[in-house]
Ligand binder design. Structure first.
Ligand code: AMP
Length: 403
């Protein structure tokens, strides 16, 4: 049973195809610069070298047609015909308050995705177009939507409401939605498996530290708070996003420094975080660490700010969750950068987190000492695999596939 996973962005389309009998990826790729000159596809069949080619890509439909050519290719393809793809799972960013689990895409769900355009103007429109293009190219193949916001729909009102007049929630839908839900859910489920616990009984704190960063408090397997909010800008300091700031900074910059709305947007989303603090022209943590080794003080402060914010949230979420069974680090930085985990965990001992420094340096799965009240773990995230697993689950639940 093969499932195709599609993640359609504003000018790119990521894809991967999974053999669900073996839970393994067969091939994956990304088509970039869709609708622009020089559209390219990078494609990698599992176990083979990556191929990069210039392709047609005026729109999502032509990009998907190019993807199909790769998947069916005589030499490096992985299926013989489109009919060997049994279902498609789509990553969709925003489902508002309407979606709390993976769903079969029908007219109603497409209406929901459209109704959320205003909440995720950069993401939901391309997600939607990817679905429409797939309907044309893979006619008759079932499609499932997996929403980034869905896992966080269990967050209670006291945690999702802002201290604004209530009418802004009631009439405008302004509230914390949270993102990275598929990743937080994947590592939550994986952690339950590793601890031999039921999925709906684990209490954890999950820190997804990649280009975007967010941290989630999970109680009895459900998200009860998360650091990203109405948009992905809130919370932790990220690669290029500022995370929590005093909102009055925006008025200050507009009134006294002449910043326009778009300039503020770029400043907070694209020029801040590690990039803006370290001022070395990149947000990649590997370059920041190299700069620190070379004595760069701004890079050192950038890392300190980054880690301090994570530590602060862990403290807060320990209060929220109470009996934390595991603190999980995941995503590019969380999985690969021991010094970040070390800086975050030092000082958390009174809260029950005791890091084993050697295990941490070796990137082991369990990196806490035997004495640690809560376990500290490194669990690689696999959002695409989770989307494929969810797609299969939805089809089984709906009776389209035998259990
Ligand atoms: P993600 O968004 O999860 O792909 O994470 C991207 C970020 O993780 C990059 O900007 C790097 O800072 C960091 N990263 C990814 N892989 C590594 C690695 N092998 N070692 C250190 N940092 C990494």
């Amino acid at each position: 049973m093969n499932i195709l996973v599609i993640n359609a962005g504003s000018s790119s389309l990521k894809f991967s195809i999974f053999d669900m009998d073996e839970n393994r990826v067969l091939a994956e790729g990304i088509i970039e610069r869709i609708g622009q000159d020089g559209t390219t596809c990078r494609y990698k069949k599992s176990g083979a070298d990556e191929i990069k080619e210039t392709v047609e890509g005026n729109d999502y439909k032509s990009a998907l047609n190019e993807m199909v050519k790769f998947l069916l290719h005589e030499e490096y393809g992985v299926v013989r015909s489109k009919s060997e793809i049994q279902a498609i799972g789509h990553r969709v960013v925003h489902g508002g308050e309407f979606i709390s689990k993976p769903v079969l895409i029908d007219q109603e769900i497409k209406r929901v995705i459209k109704n959320c355009f205003e909440l995720a103007p950069l993401h939901n429109p391309p997600n939607f177009m990817g679905i429409i293009a797939c309907e044309e190219i893979f006619a008759g193949i079932r499609q499932v939507g997996i929403f980034d916001t869905a896992f966080h729909q269990s967050i209670p009102k006291q945690a999702f409401l802002y201290g604004l007049p209530i009418e802004f929630y009631e009439h405008e839908g302004i509230r914390r939605y949270g993102f990275h839900g598929t990743s937080h859910r994947y590592v939550t489920d994986k952690c339950a498996e590793l601890l031999s616990e039921e999925k709906d009984s684990v209490n954890i704190i999950s820190a997804h530290l990649g280009n975007g960063c967010s941290i989630t408090a999970v109680k009895s397997g459900k998200s009860v708070d998360t650091s990203m909010g109405f948009t992905p800008l809130e919370g932790l300091v990220m690669g290029t996003r500022c995370g929590d700031i005093d909102p009055a900074i925006v008025f200050h910059l507009m009134e006294h420094k002449g910043y326009s709305r778009d300039e503020i947007d770029r400043l907070l989303n694209k020029k801040s975080g590690l990039l803006g603090l370290a001022e070395i022209g990149t947000s990649d943590i590997r370059d920041i660490l190299k700069a620190i080794e070379n004595g760069n003080k701004k890079a050192e402060i950038a890392l300190d700010v980054f880690c301090y914010r994570i530590k602060k949230y862990i403290g807060a979420y320990t209060a929220v969750v109470g009996d934390v069974q595991a603190l999980i680090f995941t995503a590019g930085i969380g999985e690969n950068v021991p010094v970040v985990r070390e800086k975050v965990c030092i000082g958390l001992e009174p809260l029950g987190y005791k890091l084993d420094f050697e295990k941490n340096r070796n990137n082991e799965t369990l990196i806490s000492t035997d004495k640690s009240r809560s376990k500290i773990m490194v669990i690689p995230t696999h959002e695409d695999l989770k989307i494929a697993q969810d797609t299969l689950y939805v089809l089984k639940e709906a009776g389209f596939i035998k259990q």
